[in-house]
Ligand binder design. Structure first.
Ligand code: BMA
Length: 740
C-alpha cells in the first residue's frame, strides 16, 4: 500500500536492491521489467501501474540450474570444477554453485530490500566525495547529481560534532583534520557528509555518507627485487595483515549486521589490519563497509569474478557495466576501501591454460578487466588503485603470479604438498592467498553428525569436506609432524595445530622480511557452513588454533625465531642423512608508528624446562621495521630433547614470545607436563610441571580466551576469559595426543 506522498509524486519507482537472479517482476498483474544480475540494483518506473490502496507485487524467478545448463549447452565456458558446470554464464555469486569449501546450493529469491520511492524533480541520483591531502592540509569536494538541484545544501560534521558547510562542487579546506588509520596504526575518526534538498517548505531529499580523512593506496616502486606492492595510508607504507573473506552464509538472508560485526571484531581481536573480499562471492552489504570503517580494517575489494572464463556478449557487457557502476558508487566513499581488484585468479587461470577450450576468452578477459572496468573506475573513482586481478603483476598475462612483482597466491604448501619450511624459500611482495585446511572443533562437528558419523571418512563428514584429496593431505602433513592420534577429537586438535603452524611459518618469515614483502593475507577467514576448510573461524565463529596463532603472529610488536634444524634440512628421517645444523636467529618486528624498546630474552632448555643456556639483550626497534639479532649456534645440543624459548619484554612483561624445536614434534621427547588448571574469577591459571607445547583449554561450552593453543615452560600462565559460557574445562597439550 503506497502512502499518499508516493501517489502524489511525479515519479514512482520500485527499487530492488537484490534480485537473485533471472526473474520477471509484475505489479498488479502487469509486467514492469526483468532482471538477470544479483549484484546490481534494479529500478522500475511504476507510476502508471501503481494503484491507491493494496497493490500486488510478484517476482517470477527462473531456475538457476536451468539457466546455466541451457547457456552452457549453447556455449561451454571453462570454470573451476568445484562449482557446477556453467556457473560463469550468470551474474550470481559463483560459490552458490559450490566451491572447495562450500556446498552446491544455488537457491533463489529476493535477497535484499525492495522499496517504493516517489519523487519529483529533486531526486539526488549520486553523491561523490573526494579528498585531497596537500602538506598536511585536507580539502574535500562533494559533487551531487543532478547538479541542478535547487535548494541543495551540503554539510560535513566532524567526529566532535562540529558542522562545516560545504559548497557543492568546490574544494573546501578542513581545519584540524583528524586522520583515519587502519587498526594498529592509529584511530578511526569518521566524518558525516550530508546532502539535503529543501523545496522551501521541507527537506525532500537527503543522502548521508560517512567518510574518513586519509589517503589510501598501494605503493609500487621499482627496487632491487623487482617492484614493490605495499599498502600505504597517509603516506605510511604498512605491512598488510589479515585474511580472505568469503560469504558468511550459504543462506544469504542469514547474514545480519550483528553477525558481520561479530566476525569483523574477531579480525581486530586477532590484530588484522586488512581483509580481502574474495571475488567468488557477492559485494557485501553497506553495513560490512561501515563496520570496517569503524574498526580500521582496510578492504581489498575484488569484483565478483573467479576461477573461470567469461564470454563478453552484448548482454553480458551491459549487465556488468551496470553492476560496476552500482557497486563503485555504493562503496567508493568508505574510509576502509584500500583497492579495487578485477577478479580472483582469472588472469592466472588463462595463463595456466585452464581456459584453452575457449579461444576468445583471452580477448574477452582483456576487454573486461583491462579496458571496460578501468575506464569506468577512472570516471567513478580515480582516487583508489585498480589492480587487474589477484594474483597479478599488473596485467597483460605477464607472469600473473610473479614472486617479484604485484601480489601472489602461494599454494605449494597444501595443494603442492611442500613442507611448511618451503615458505621460507619465497619472499613475495604481497601474499594475498596461502592456506592450510583443518577440521572445525568437535562441537561444530557434533552439530552436523550423529555419533556413528564421527569419523573423517564417514559419508557425512566427507560431504562436509569439499576439497577432494584434502583429508589425505591433512593426514600426510600429520604424518610428517605428529605421532598418530588415537581419537577423532585429538585428530581435530592436531589438524588445527598443523594449520596454525603452517600459516605461522609463512607469516613470521614474511614479517621478518618486511620491506621486501609487505602483506600476508591467509586463505581464509570464515566459513559459509560447518565444514573442514582453510578458515580460522568456523561457521559458528569458534576460534580454531589458527585464529589464536594469528593474534600472536599479527601482533603489532612480534618476536619470532628462524630456527635451523632437522625439519629445515629434511622432510623425513630417511632423507639424506648428512648432519644438519642447529641454530636460531631471533627477529623483532614493529608494525606501529612508534619505536619500541625492550629486552630480548632467550633460553635453551631441555624437555623438563631446565635452562641449559640463556641470554638477554636490550633492543630498540624503530617504527615500521624489523630488526634481526645475531644468529646463535646451538651445535652439539641434544636436538631430540632441547628447544629454545624466547620473548620480547617491554616494561618487564613479555609482549610476544614462543618456542622452537629442532626436530619434528613427533620425535621430540616430550615429558608429561601434568597440566593443571584452576579458574579464578575471569582467569584460568594453568600450571605445567615441564615444557608443554600447544596447550589447549577445552571448555564444556563456548569461550574466547586471551590465548589458547599456546606453549609454556614449567610454571604457571594466566589466561583471561574474554567471553565464556561454560561450567568446566579440561586441558591437553601435544603430549597427550599420541596413541599407543
Ligand atoms: C584459491 C581461492 C579459492 C579456493 C582456495 C583453496 O584459489 O581463490 O578459489 O577456495 O584457493 O583452494
Amino acid at each position: 500500500t503506497p502512502d499518499a506522498g508516493i501517489l502524489a509524486s511525479d515519479n514512482a519507482v520500485l527499487r530492488c536492491e537484490g534480485l537473485d537472479t533471472v526473474c520477471e517482476l509484475l505489479l498488479n498483474g502487469r509486467p514492469v521489467g526483468n532482471a538477470d544480475n544479483m549484484h546490481r540494483t534494479w529500478e522500475y518506473e511504476v507510476s502508471d501501474i501503481l494503484l491507491p490502496g493494496e497493490n500486488t507485487r510478484e517476482v517470477h524467478i527462473a531456475s538457476p540450474l536451468k539457466v546455466i545448463r541451457t547457456a552452457d549447452a549453447r556455449e561451454a565456458l571453462a570454470g573451476t570444477r568445484d562449482a557446477m558446470r556453467g556457473f560463469p554464464h550468470i551474474r550470481k555469486a559463483h560459490c552458490m554453485y559450490g566451491w572447495d569449501w562450500g556446498p552446491r546450493l544455488p537457491d533463489a529469491g529476493i535477497w535484499r530490500g525492495i522499496s517504493l520511492i516517489g519523487f519529483g524533480s529533486a531526486r539526488i541520483t549520486d553523491m561523490r566525495i573526494r579528498q585531497k591531502h596537500v602538506d598536511g592540509c585536507v580539502f574535500v569536494k562533494v559533487t551531487v547529481l543532478p547538479e541542478s538541484n535547487a535548494g541543495l545544501q551540503v554539510t560535513m560534521t566532524d567526529p566532535d560534532g562540529h558542522t562545516l558547510l560545504l559548497q557543492p562542487g568546490e574544494w573546501t579546506p578542513v581545519t584540524d583534520p583528524q586522520l583515519w588509520w587502519p587498526n594498529g596504526l592509529g584511530a578511526q575518526p569518521l566524518y558525516t557528509v550530508r546532502a539535503t534538498v529543501n523545496n522551501g517548505l521541507a527537506v525532500v531529499e537527503a543522502v548521508v555518507k560517512r567518510i574518513g580523512l586519509r589517503t589510501l593506496t598501494v605503493a609500487r616502486e621499482k627496487d632491487e627485487w623487482g617492484e614493490s606492492f605495499a599498502q600505504s595510508v597517509n603516506g605510511v607504507h604498512f605491512f598488510a595483515m589479515g585474511a580472505d573473506y568469503i560469504p558468511m552464509d550459504n543462506i544469504l538472508s542469514r547474514v545480519t549486521p550483528e553477525r558481520t560485526r561479530r566476525l569483523l571484531e574477531q579480525c581486530v581481536a586477532a590484530n588484522y589490519n586488512t581483509v580481502r573480499v574474495w571475488g567468488g562471492g557477492y559485494y557485501p552489504d553497506d553495513f560490512f563497509y561501515d563496520i570496517c570503517d569503524e574498526l580500521g580494517l582496510v578492504v581489498w575489494q575484488d569484483f565478483m569474478f573467479a576461477c573461470a572464463a567469461y564470454r563478453l556478449t552484448p548482454e553480458f557487457d551491459a549487465s556488468i557495466r551496470a553492476e560496476f557502476s552500482d557497486n563503485i558508487r555504493r562503496i567508493r566513499h568508505h574510509a576502509c576501501l584500500g583497492l579495487w581488484c578485477g577478479n580472483n585468479e582469472v588472469e592466472w587461470f588463462h595463463d595456466l591454460g585452464f581456459a584453452k577450450e575457449d579461444p576468445r576468452s583471452r580477448a574477452d578477459y582483456t576487454k573486461i578487466f583491462e579496458y571496460i572496468l578501468p575506464k569506468i573506475l577512472k570516471e567513478e573513482d580515480p582516487d583508489t588503485l585498480y589492480w587487474p586481478s589477484s594474483p597479478s603483476s599488473g596485467g597483460c598475462f605477464d607472469k600473473p603470479n610473479d614472486p617479484n612483482r604485484g601480489d601472489a597466491h602461494y599454494w605449494e604448501v597444501w595443494h603442492g604438498v611442500k613442507p611448511f619450511t618451503d615458505y621460507r624459500n619465497h619472499y613475495f611482495r604481497y601474499v594475498s592467498e596461502f592456506g592450510f585446511q583443518s577440521f572445525p572443533s568437535m562441537k561444530t562437528v557434533e552439530s552436523f553428525t550423529l555419533p556413528e558419523d564421527r569419523n573423517i571418512f564417514s559419508r557425512v563428514m566427507e560431504t562436509h569436506q569439499r576439497n577432494s584429496g584434502a583429508n589425505g593431505l591433512i593426514l600426510l602433513y600429520l604424518s610428517r609432524t605428529f605421532r598418530y592420534p588415537g581419537k577423532l577429537d585429538d585428530l581435530i586438535y592436531l589438524s588445527q595445530i598443523l594449520q596454525a603452524e603452517a600459516i605461522r611459518y609463512g607469516v613470521e618469515h614474511w614479517r621478518r622480511n618486511r620491506g621486501r614483502c609487505m602483506g600476508a593475507l591467509y586463505w581464509q577467514l570464515n566459513d559459509c557452513w560447518p565444514v573442514a576448510s582453510w578458515s580460522s573461524l568456523d561457521y559458528f565463529g569458534r576460534w580454531k588454533a589458527l585464529h589464536y596463532a594469528a593474534k600472536r603472529f599479527f601482533a603489532p610488536v612480534m618476536i619470532s625465531c628462524q630456527e635451523t634444524g632437522e625439519t629445515t634440512g629434511r622432510v623425513a628421517v630417511t632423507d639424506e642423512p648428512a648432519p644438519f645444523e642447529t641454530k636460531a636467529r631471533l627477529c623483532v618486528t614493529n608494525e606501529t608508528r612508534e619505536a619500541v624498546s625492550g629486552t630480548v630474552c632467550w633460553q635453551l632448555r631441555d624437555a623438563s624446562s631446565a635452562v641449559i643456556e640463556s641470554g638477554s639483550a636490550p633492543l630498540t626497534v624503530p617504527p615500521l621495521s624489523s630488526v634481526w639479532l645475531d644468529e646463535r649456534d646451538f651445535s652439539g645440543i641434544d636436538f631430540l630433547r632441547d628447544h629454545v624459548s624466547y620473548s620480547f619484554d617491554v616494561g618487564g612483561a613479555a609482549v610476544s614470545g614462543g618456542s622452537a624445536l629442532f626436530t619434528a614434534p613427533k620425535h621430540y621427547l616430550f615429558e608429561d607436563p601434568c597440566l593443571n588448571g584452576v579458574r579464578q574469577g575471569s582467569k584460568i591459571i594453568v600450571t605445567a610441571e615441564c615444557y608443554a607445547k600447544w596447550v589447549e583449554i577445552i571448555p564444556d561450552g563456548d569461550a574466547v580466551f586471551s590465548d589458547n593453543f599456546f606453549d609454556m615452560e614449567k610454571g604457571c600462565t594466566e589466561i583471561e576469559i574474554l567471553e565464556g559460557d561454560f561450567q568446566s574445562f579440561r586441558l591437553r597439550s601435544v603430549y597427550q595426543t599420541a596413541s599407543d
